[in-house]
Design a protein around this ligand. Structure first.
Ligand code: GUN
Length: 283
């Protein structure tokens, strides 16, 4: 079997086109979705992600403001800024780019953001709402992954989904969303024994371990759906995923590439969440 490739880049583009139209309609009614991105320090990867967010905002018509603060910013200063943004009506979404400098406690910052403006879906209230099936902002990468599978009409019900990785941003929430879609979910992580057995039995594999070519075609079941969340820079400077694409493609039924796979969907779901927030606060 040679897998069908799910290009997140193509789905992201068509969703962004739909959002652009929707935002146009909102703007005509005087509703201007607003996103504030806070970037602390000079991390090149963070700067590049933030540029992507600005570009997507400009495209769909979200009013996006970037606040850049020095590496030396204190937790109190950031909390005070978040308080201001929480109370500013034109701001529908607040995103504090992670990671943060060592003097700032990430959990304290995430909890300070109003859950009604938590377009990252990282606040414990957002996570609790997601776990109990309430309407909320879903974390962007997991939500994008579900949308990619749905775009191909892949049925998730009753499937064995194996999630490799248990981060708060990807692994844990994507398992939760798969569970909500009636999949049977197994989480594997660095302490899992006999991980190969779980991988080999997976109908759906979500690979988010952050190691280049952690998996290849020999590991997976014939016909498996393989979603590669890894973004690893290798010796020649290029980006590659956690999955050896060429060998896995020969055995999978669907597979996502890196780049042009999950990455573009993350920012697209951030746009979705920001627009959703604007619609909610404006009735
Ligand atoms: N750093 C890497 N990915 C993300 C993300 O999705 N949201 C935020 N806030 N920071 C990140």
């Amino acid at each position: 079997m040679s897998a069908e490739v799910i290009y997140g880049s193509e789905l992201a583009q068509s969703l962004r086109d739909e959002m652009k139209e929707e935002v146009n309609g909102l703007r005509n009614k005087g509703i201007i979705p607003g996103l504030t991105v806070v970037l602390i320090g000079e991390d090149p990867a963070s700067k590049s992600y933030v540029r992507g967010k600005q570009k997507a905002s400009d495209y769909v018509g979200v009013d996006s403001e970037l606040i850049e603060l020095p590496e030396s910013t204190t937790q109190e200063e950031l909390l005070s800024l978040i308080d201001t943004l929480n109370n500013k009506d034109s701001v529908h979404g607040i995103l504090v780019q992670l990671p943060l400098p060592a003097q700032i406690d990430e959990e304290v910052i995430i909890e300070a953001i109003s859950p009604e403006k938590d377009v990252d879906g990282f606040h414990p209230i957002s996570i609790g709402r997601m776990m109990t099936g309430k309407d909320t902002f879903y974390p962007c990468t997991p939500y994008g992954i579900i949308q990619m599978m749905k775009s191909k009409n892949i049925s998730l019900e009753g499937k064995h989904a194996v999630v490799l990785g248990r981060s708060n941003i990807v692994g844990k929430p994507v398992g939760q969303l798969l569970l909500s879609e009636n999949a049977t979910v197994t989480y594997c992580h660095s302490r899992t024994k006999n991980m190969e057995q779980y991988i080999a039995s997976a109908d759906i594999l979500i690979v988010a371990v952050g190691k280049a070519h952690f998996l290849n075609g020999d590991h997976i079941k014939e016909g498996a759906i393989v979603i590669d969340v890894g973004v690893n820079r290798i010796e020649d400077g290029s980006l590659t995923g956690d999955v050896d694409f060429d060998s896995a493609k020969e055995k999978a039924s669907y597979i996502t590439p890196v780049p042009k796979g999950v990455g573009p969907m993350t920012i697209t779901m951030l746009m979705h969440n920001t627009i959703k927030s604007a619609k909610k606060t404006n009735g």
